[in-house]
Design a protein around this ligand. Structure first.
Ligand SMILES: *[C@@H]1O[C@H](CO)[C@@H](O)[C@H](O)[C@H]1NC(C)=O
Length: 171
């Protein structure tokens, strides 16, 4: 679907931070909360109980999973949006390389979804997304973590996804 495909897309698209996003990584306690994996072939999990989210993700499939540098990443996803999402929605995005924060930024959701051929407003109802992304060869090998926390313009949580320690290897 639309939004959720944006998360992995943003991840790989090196965008620039947000105060809120920080907390997810920095406040992780040693007592691991039960992980909430996103359904499908993907490395994603929810940051918080998804039942309260505006976006109910049914499935996200990435091929290959995990993504490989220099190869085309195919993203297929769908789900249901419980309400229309208007202009002004934001993504709090954070990307880490090992322990180093590569980027931490608030980005405009509606601007970003244009990359996956979708325009705001995102209408309430079922969503499907299918997108191929060519990944650069030059992604430095190592472990990456990504967090995307998504809100409407009136602060309702659309979704919150993360992928921790995704390994890019040299071939
Ligand atoms: C998502 O796709 C599956 C098939 O891949 C389909 O069975 C399901 O109904 C779809 N869900 C939505 C909400 O579109």
């Amino acid at each position: 679907m639309k939004l959720l495909a944006t998360a992995p897309f943003l991840l790989l698209n090196a965008l620039p931070i947000s105060a809120r996003a920080l907390n997810f990584f920095d406040t992780q306690s040693p007592i691991r909360v039960e992980s909430l994996p996103v359904n499908g072939e993907n490395p994603l999990e929810y940051c918080a109980d998804p039942s309260a989210h505006l976006l109910q993700i049914e499935k996200v499939d990435l091929h290959p999973n995990p993504p490989l540098p220099g190869q085309t990443l195919s993203i297929k996803a769908n789900g249901t949006l419980l309400d229309t999402v208007e202009e002004g929605a934001i993504v709090l995005l954070e990307v880490k390389y090992g322990l180093i924060t590569l980027l931490k930024q608030q980005v405009d959701l509606c601007e970003q979804v244009k990359n996956v051929d979708i325009e705001c407003p995102l209408e309430k109802g079922d969503l499907t997304l299918s997108k191929d992304v060519d990944l650069p060869k030059e992604i430095p090998p190592g472990k990456y973590s990504v967090l995307a926390d998504v809100y409407t313009n009136d602060q309702r949580q659309i979704t919150c996804l993360r992928a921790t320690n995704i390994e890019f290897r040299r071939f």
